[in-house]
Write a protein that binds this ligand. Sequence first.
Ligand SMILES: Nc1nc2c(ncn2[C@@H]2O[C@H](COP(=O)(O)OP(=O)(O)OP(=O)(O)O)[C@@H](O)[C@H]2O)c(=O)[nH]1
Ligand SMILES: [Mg+2]
Length: 139
Amino acid sequence: MAIYKIIVTGSFNSGKTEFIKCISEIDPITTDKPVTENGLKDIKNFTTVAIDFGTITIDKDIIIHIYATPGQERFKFIYDILEKNALALIVLGDITNKESISSMYKYYREFMKIKRLPAVFALTKKDLPNKIENETLDQ
Ligand SMILES: Nc1nc2c(ncn2[C@@H]2O[C@H](COP(=O)(O)OP(=O)(O)OP(=O)(O)O)[C@@H](O)[C@H]2O)c(=O)[nH]1
Ligand SMILES: [Mg+2]
């Protein structure tokens, strides 16, 4: 049986933990703790401080382990821990937040510095009425 590792990254509040909760077949292991920074507390109450983990079984021979990084910059050291044996990267951006979308390439580049991986870019929160239309990503 082969286990493949996929990493989910993206800005603070972009929906990484929610993504794992939605697609994992096991109850995901999450590491959300109360937000301590003043500026960020207004956005949401809890934030990932280590790694979220979920699994998807493709068939009896292939299992995907999905890991989500914390979004806050100060936890970037976790990238180094996660990159070992990683197969692909998913970069999430919050479509209701211009900065979150603009930062997607930054998160991508940070990861590629550590390890070059195939990557998928995806936008979250498309169901919300305040989504930004026709937004373009910074190169
Ligand atoms: N309506 C809506 N809400 C979403 C969606 N994705 C995430 N959320 C909500 O957005 C908030 C932030 O989601 P999280 O999954 O905590 O974001 P995160 O990227 O893990 O955040 P950090 O770990 O703090 O960087 C939560 O309240 C989620 O329920 C979505 O597609 N639609
Ligand atoms: Mg999180």
